[in-house]
Structure formats: C-alpha cells, structure tokens
Design a protein around this ligand. Structure first.
Ligand code: ADQ
Length: 489
C-alpha cells in the first residue's frame, strides 16, 4: 500500500468540523489571539499517534476583510488549523437556520418547526440552499489542502453534504462521516423535506459512524425505506457500492480527569466545596442550556422529591450548572427564563434565610473547578430528553473513584447503552419516576453503590476518546483499501 509516486506512505488526517477547536479574538487589523478549547474531540485526536491531524472548520467569527483573513489563516496554521470563512448571511441561514433550527431539533425528536418557528419553515428552501452552499465551501477548502493518501473525517449534522461534495471532486478520497447526535427513527427523518438528498449525500462516504447501534440501525432503515436501497449487515448498498455503517461509541480522556484530581489547586477546591456543603448531600447537573438536556424537567422532578420527602429538605442541595448556548435564539431565551422561574419558585417554597435547595449557575466552569465539583458530588442527574452520547456522565464517573456516587441517567442518552448497568436509568419525562430515583440513590447501601460504580468506572477507563478515534480511522482506512482492491480486481 504505497503512494503512486513510490514515496513511503505517511498519512495525514483531515478533521472537518463546523467549528475549529479554537476561539479567535481579533487584537488588531492583522493580529489575532487564539485559545485552543480542550474538548473531547481535541483530546481524542491528540491521542491518535499514527496520523498527523489537521483541522478544517469555521473559526466562529466573521472576518470580512482580506488582511484579517490572511492574518487569521497564518495564526491558525501554527495550531494545525485551517479556516473556512463564512459570511454573516451564510452563518444565519446555514448554521442558525438549517443546522440549529431544523436538523438539531429533528434529530432529537423535537420535530420540525411549529408555531413561532413556523416562519423558519417558510424560508426552508433558502436555508437548505445555504446549507448546501456552506458544505461546498468546506469541501473547497478540503480539496485545496488534500494530498494523496490523506484520510478525511467529516463531523456531525452540519456537514451531511460534505461527503458527496468531496467524492464528486475526487472519488478516490477516503471519506468518513460521524454523527455526534442521535439519528432518529426513519419515521421522524421522513418528515424532513430534504430527507432523500441528505441520505444520498451521506452515503457518498466510505464509512458512516454513530454513537450507538440503534442510531446506525435507524440510518440504515431510513436508507432502505426512504431511498429503497438494500441494507446489509455491513451497511447500505447502492448500485454495487457499499457504504459501511457502524457504531463507534465515543469516550473521554479519562486519565486527564483522574490526574487532575491530585493537583493541589483541585484538592483545595474540593476542600472548599466540602466545607461549603457540609452536612448536605450534593446533587449535580452540568449541561449546556439546551432543550434536549431536560433541565426544567429535572428541576421539577427535584421539586417533587422535596414535596414527598420532607426529611431530606434541608439535607440535600442541587447544583445545576448550565452554560448558555445559542443565546440569540428566542427559544433558548425562553428556556433560560423558564429555568430561572422554576428555580426561583422552588427556592422560595423550600428555602430558608440561610440555605436554598437549588444553586443554579448560568455559566461555564473551568476544567479544574468542574473536576472538583464532580468529585464532591453524591448524585449526578443526567436527564437529557435525547442525547447522542452525553459525556458529562462519563466525566462524573471518572472523578468518583473515592466517593462512588450514584449516576441517575436518562434512558434516552446514548450513554445509557454503556453505563446503564451501573446507573439508575430513568425516563426524564416521568417526573415521579425521577423523584423516586433520587430517593433510591440517597438511600442506596454503600455496597451497591460500589458495585455500580465499579462497572461504570471500568467502562469509562477502558473506552477512551483516543481509542474511539483510532478505531474509526483505522476502519475507515481498511474500508477504502477494500474498495480500491475491489476496483483493481
Ligand atoms: P454536547 O451536547 O455538548 O455534545 P456532552 O456530551 O454532554 O454534550 O458534552 C458537553 C461537554 O461540555 C462536556 O465535556 C462538559 O464537561 C462540558 N460542559 C457542559 N457544561 C459545562 C459547564 N457549565 N462548564 C464547563 N463545561 C461544561 C454533543 C452531543 C452529545 C455527545 C457529544 C460528543 O450532543 O450527545 O456526547 O457531542 O459526541
């Protein structure tokens, strides 16, 4: 398996995602300051040793002038990042519109826009056109930087057209696509006006990956039922071309969390928090403030628990940390006010002059503060209405080897498939059931807590983000090699 020019094979991995893993702040006409955001994907790819990874994506800022674009491109090159420049109108139609207002809710079973989101449906066609245009802009940048032998890994629902755009340009390019959200039942996908175009575009990839076997199965069903193609145990076949479809459950860089717990500043933070909440059991929620995360439902379940368990009222506290996202979208603003209103009401009802049952923070925490919080928690509440995987549940487990706290986990999070045996699984829509799960977790004997924790900790330690990336990329490589062998024969 050598390059046609006879040079030794050295592989680069081009990772294409809507956002680059950096935040860019303009300091002057031709100067930028960049900060790498240490997300799961970044650490996953740092761990993939045999490939040289380069990132291609939008830097999250509008840079209309050439001087600014050149300077940013240069600064990003040092971080192995390559920018795709999107203007404000495209961002509005493609990112805020088609991605976040249509695909995101639909893939999480919240349906297509209705009522106040109906106006969006009327501009559906123009948003879809912008989506295709934006995907082509990403493809143009990939094509410009692609070298023979590179592997291209496209990420998420923002870039479903990308595999097709890339293959149209160069059918020999090795292209994989991975979805971080759920892929819904084919009955849900069927409601999308551009349902067929999106499926065909994804099928242009050589390998299509999902977090769980169920999402992969839904995708194959959508291809067979909507497109009339043949589903095989390997994937989907279209006119003799097989697109391999499989589950690749993501993990976290667990060692990074475990190591952090021994840092002096984290230890100090742990002590402060323990002192602050002395005599009370700590329950924790950490989410992006998004409707899929089920934050209002979680808080209402906590209220129900307090109603029914007077004994616990002054002995338990819920810390809900919610990072605001998509703050310019009216629905998200409504969600923020709804959460504030419920928290205020419950604190008014069950609080005292010296203590409140819920501490709600609308902000992001730094990594060390987050680790300390995870470590002192007795019960983590992850009650997403739908979630591709949910990494918060993994991070909590990684930080709990001393405390062996209980994880209450939504059965609609992908993580329920991997951490289900150790967690208490709940239907987040059933507030009575979640309230009962809280009571069960608080009263759980330590032997049972330990047993459950051991199961989950073993899983989180052994199924890491690095391993996830390695398996996906090596399988992508094999798939394409097979395809090339087939054409040679
Ligand atoms: P997200 O919807 O962002 O990811 P999740 O998997 O839980 O959901 O990851 C969130 C990340 O943000 C975690 O690493 C967490 O620590 C961090 N975070 C959340 N709130 C925070 C806060 N207040 N302060 C600091 N950090 C915070 C999407 C999908 C998921 C899927 C991932 C990865 O929606 O289902 O698991 O991608 O594929």
């Amino acid at each position: 398996y050598e390059r046609e020019d006879g040079k030794p094979f050295r592989q680069r991995l081009l990772v294409v995602a809507n956002r680059l893993p950096v935040s860019a702040v303009r300091k002057g006409e031709d100067s930028w300051s960049l900060e790498i955001s240490a997300g799961g994907l970044v650490s996953a790819l740092l761990g993939v040793k045999e490939f040289e990874a380069k990132w291609i994506g939008w830097a999250g800022v509008n840079v209309p002038d050439e001087i600014g674009q050149e300077a940013l491109t240069k600064a990003l090159a040092e971080k192995r990042c390559i920018p795709v420049f999107l203007d404000e109108e495209i961002v509005h139609q493609y990112y805020n519109g088609y991605c976040n207002n249509i695909l995101w809710p639909l893939f999480h079973y919240l349906g297509l826009p209705q009522e106040d989101r109906l106006a969006t449906t009327r501009s559906f066609q123009s948003q879809f056109a912008a989506y295709q245009k934006a995907n082509q802009m990403f493809a143009d940048v990939v094509n410009e930087h692609y070298e023979e032998g590179d592997v291209v890994w496209c990420h998420d629902y923002h870039l479903m057209f990308l595999p097709q755009c890339l293959k149209n340009h160069n059918s020999k390019m090795k292209v994989g696509w991975f979805l971080h959200t759920p892929f819904p039942s084919s009955e849900i996908h069927k409601t999308l006006p551009s349902r067929s175009e999106l499926l065909h575009a994804v099928l242009a990839a050589d390998l299509v990956g999902f977090h769980t076997y169920d999402y992969a199965r839904h995708f194959v069903s959508a291809c067979t039922r909507i497109l009339g193609l043949e589903g095989t145990p390997e994937g989907v076949e279209d006119q003799g071309k097989l697109t391999r479809v499989a589950a690749f459950p993501i993990g976290i860089d667990s060692a990074r969390f475990i190591r952090a717990l021994y840092l002096p500043q984290v230890q100090e933070h742990i002590k402060e928090l323990q002192e602050r909440f002395k005599g009370r059991k700590v329950m924790l929620g950490v989410d992006r403030l998004d409707m899929i995360k089920g934050i209002p439902q979680k808080i209402l379940a906590f209220e129900k628990f307090l109603e029914e368990n007077a004994y616990w009222r002054d002995k338990v506290v819920l810390l809900q940390i919610a990072v605001p996202t998509r703050t310019d979208v009216p629905e998200y603003q409504k969600l923020t006010s709804q959460v504030h209103e419920i928290v205020g009401r419950i604190n008014g009802r069950f609080g005292s002059l010296t203590a409140v049952p819920i501490h709600h923070l609308d902000r992001s925490l730094d990594f060390h503060a987050l680790c300390a919080l995870y470590a002192i928690t007795d019960i983590a509440l992850v009650t997403s209405l739908r979630d591709g995987m949910n990494l918060v549940s993994y991070e909590f487990v990684a930080c709990q080897d001393k405390k062996k706290g209980v994880l209450i986990l939504s059965e609609f999070a992908g993580a329920a498939q991997s951490l289900g045996a150790g967690a208490i699984l709940v239907n987040p829509w059933n507030i009575t059931e979640v309230a009962a799960a809280i009571a069960k977790a608080l009263n759980m004997p330590s032997a049972e807590r330990e047993k459950r924790h051991r199961h989950n900790f073993h899983h989180v330690k052994t199924h890491t983000a690095q391993e996830w990336a390695e398996i996906f990329v090596s399988e992508l490589n094999d798939t394409v090699v097979e395809a090339q062998l087939r054409t040679k024969q």
